[in-house]
Design a protein around this ligand. Structure first.
Ligand SMILES: *Cc1c(COP(=O)(O)O)cnc(C)c1O
Length: 369
């Protein structure tokens, strides 16, 4: 046991803890012989809408197709611009470019690594149609400021909640504005056994259009009213998600306790990422920052501790975006943070002993112990 690797996240431990419930759900879908549409999917959509405090939920095949579907249905097209943070997963930006629109990046806050709301107004042009705040790491963006500026300029807000299931802002679960997109990629806070995602919203007309869009634009089996495609969530994934959703809040509570332990023990090193004061994060990731990040990462690796970097390259420096008008130096905070941030092991099932080892290894790297 001594030399066991401590992973960044341990999906096996989570799945083992609910194995009999999941097995039952899977065999019920198989024996029901009903794989696409209805049943488990409708159940999950109802349950997840309720969980998020929204009227509607539309299951999708992934978080990426959720984002893309929303932008498409809102009519984002060539010539339009969409504002998003430069530190996020690439899919946030591709949902914009695949609609033919231009992603307009803005820098992040030093303290949180999240989109800096004070930079939005400067980035707005007469082509701007929407803002995509990304609630990275289970933290929540400063939605008060973002909503204000969006309202002033009549912009859509589409919240990328792929890392923030169950995170709250002033006690309210994300999405805080009308539309939120979620990913159920296995390693996310709420993860399927494959790819899956969802959109939640309050607007019934938008929900209806989205439901049609992710299902070939159909209103009936062979009646297609609009263009659409196959971006559906299937019943098997929905059944698994229904089981896991029942446990989500208890996992988040455990993660918050684990985060507090990290906070307390690493406090003197001033390494931790901070949170907006009215946010209760769900801790999809626990991120620390260090000037010595690469050596720290190597040291932890040598000690059997797995870590991650979210994300090592800000989007404007990705080869795919070399030709859209940005250069190194345009986003100094994100560029500097990308060399400092490190995600350390964070999952509800981490043992006391493992967490102690992570903490003592970090402290010994900095020679505090
Ligand atoms: C995971 C993720 C996505 C994409 O979700 P998939 O389900 O993998 O397509 C989008 N945005 C962010 C911030 C993510 O973390």
């Amino acid at each position: 046991m001594k030399d066991q690797i401590i992973p960044l996240i341990d999906l096996k431990a989570q799945n083992d803890s609910i194995k009999s419930e999941v097995d039952k759900a899977i065999s019920s879908v198989i024996s029901g012989n009903y794989f696409i549409g209805g049943g488990e999917l409708t159940n999950f959509e109802n349950n997840f809408a309720k969980y998020c405090g929204k009227e509607h939920c539309i299951g999708t095949s992934s978080g990426s197709t959720a984002l893309y579907s929303v932008l498409k249905v809102l009519g984002i097209k060539e010539g339009d611009e969409v504002i998003l943070p430069v530190n996020t997963f690439i899919a946030t930006a591709f949902s914009v470019t695949l609609c033919g629109a231009k992603p307009v990046f803005i820098d992040v806050c030093e303290e949180t690594s999240l989109l800096n709301p004070d930079l939005i107004e400067n980035a707005i042009t007469d082509k701007t149609k929407a803002i995509i705040p990304v609630h990275l790491y289970g933290n929540v963006c400063d939605m008060g400021k973002i909503s204000k500026v969006a309202k002033k300029h009549s912009l859509h807000i589409i919240e990328d909640c792929a890392q923030a299931h169950g995170s709250t802002y002033y006690g309210k679960k994300v999405p805080i504005s009308d539309i939120g997109c979620f990913s159920f990629f296995p390693a996310k806070n709420l993860g399927a056994f494959g790819d899956a995602g969802a959109i939640v919203c309050n607007n019934p007309d938008l929900a209806k259009k989205l439901r049609m869009f992710v299902n070939h634009g159909r209103s009936e089996k062979y009646l297609h009213l609009t263009e659409g495609f196959n971006f559906r969530l299937d019943n098997l994934q929905a059944a698994i998600l229904n089981v896991k959703l029942r446990h989500l809040d208890s996992w988040i509570i455990k993660k918050r306790a684990i985060a507090r332990k990290y906070d307390e023990n690493l406090m003197n090193l001033s390494l931790s990422n901070s949170f907006h004061k009215n946010v209760e994060p769900s801790y999809h990731l626990y991120v620390i920052k260090s000037e010595d990040r690469d050596s720290l990462k190597e040291y932890l690796h040598e000690n059997g501790i797995e870590t991650g970097i979210h994300y090592p390259v800000p989007l404007h420096l990705q080869p795919v975006f070399y030709n859209i008008g940005y250069k190194k130096g345009d986003f100094p905070i994100a560029e500097s943070l990308s060399g400092k941030i490190l995600s350390i092991p964070m999952y509800a099932e981490i043992s006391d002993e493992s967490q102690k080892k992570v903490i003592s290894s970090i402290l010994s790297f900095f020679k505090y112990s």
